[in-house]
Design a protein around this ligand. Structure first.
Ligand code: NAD
Length: 246
């Protein structure tokens, strides 16, 4: 297992699900973690009692707040962009407000947080950026995921573009494309269908392995991409999807 000792990581949307598991896994490998989330109380409780995790409220849609927080931090070696939102629907169900929310939260926030963090990484000539995209993106078309898939595909495009621009400056940028992963928001989406059990079976059936992934399984890849064991890897999108995209 690689050590992340001496590295400081910022994780967005770290109060639940993949972000939380990633923050905890990074700390377990020795990193100092700045865990951020829009839910101030929840992020405080993630940080409470764990050494080397600092919890900060951060709404990734708030550009001023991004600048203020990152300006107050020491240089970061690792950035994990995890904030995201699922719109359920086809192109005909997608209103302008849905389009804006999906692209603002899934794509624009990543651009803004990364733009704020990158100059510090460049000053020190090293950094690893890990973006949580989705297999539902340019990797795979899925029913009723029109604007979600489009805005997650943008993450893969940004990942490759950032990787290409900074490959000679010591900065790496990779994306992870999860399949269906157990998380509070997944539970909410299943409940919102009106028949939790039926939706649970249907979502499970999409996964050839017959189960959902766990946030910890995604966090393992986050740690690998964050650390020096993956030093020869940049600009890639890694699927962890229980075989959904085979
Ligand atoms: P989740 O959706 O259950 O939790 C998301 C967290 O994001 C919450 O703590 C919430 O408070 C926070 N958040 C919401 N709006 C925010 C904002 N404006 N600023 C900062 N934080 C905000 O967690 P999850 O399901 O693990 O999803 C995390 C990421 O993984 C998302 O980008 C999602 O699209 C992606 N993903 C999830 C799955 C899945 O099946 N769960 C699959 C593929 C990709």
């Amino acid at each position: 297992e690689q050590s992340l000792e001496g590295k400081t990581a910022l994780v967005t949307a770290a109060a639940n699900g993949i972000g939380r598991a990633s923050a905890e896994a990074l700390v377990n490998r020795g990193a100092t973690v700045i865990a951020t989330d829009i839910d101030a109380a929840a992020i405080r409780s993630v940080a409470e009692g764990t050494q080397n995790i600092e919890g900060h409220a951060l709404d990734v849609l708030d550009t001023d707040a991004i600048a203020a927080l990152i300006g107050s931090l020491p240089p970061l070696q690792i950035l994990v962009n995890c904030a995201g939102w699922v719109h359920d629907g086809t192109i005909l169900d997608c209103e302008d407000a849905d389009w804006d929310r999906a692209f603002n939260l899934n794509s624009k926030s990543l651009y803004q947080v990364t733009k704020a963090v990158l100059p510090g990484m460049l000053t020190h000539g090293s950094g690893s950026i890990v973006n949580i995209a989705s297999i539902v993106s340019s990797e795979k078309g899925v029913p009723r995921r029109f604007v979600y898939g489009a805005s997650k595909a943008a993450i893969i495009g940004m990942t490759k573009s950032i990787a290409a621009d900074y490959v000679q400056s010591g900065i790496r940028c990779n994306a992870i494309c999860p399949g269906t992963v157990e998380s509070p928001s997944l539970k909410d989406r299943l409940k919102a269908t009106g028949d939790f059990d039926k939706a649970h079976s249907a979502f499970t059936a999409r996964q050839p392995m017959g189960r959902f992934g766990t946030p910890d399984e995604i966090a393992e890849m986050v740690c690998y991409l964050a650390g020096d064991m993956s030093a020869f890897t940049t600009g890639q999108a890694f699927a962890i999807d229980g075989g959904w995209s085979i």
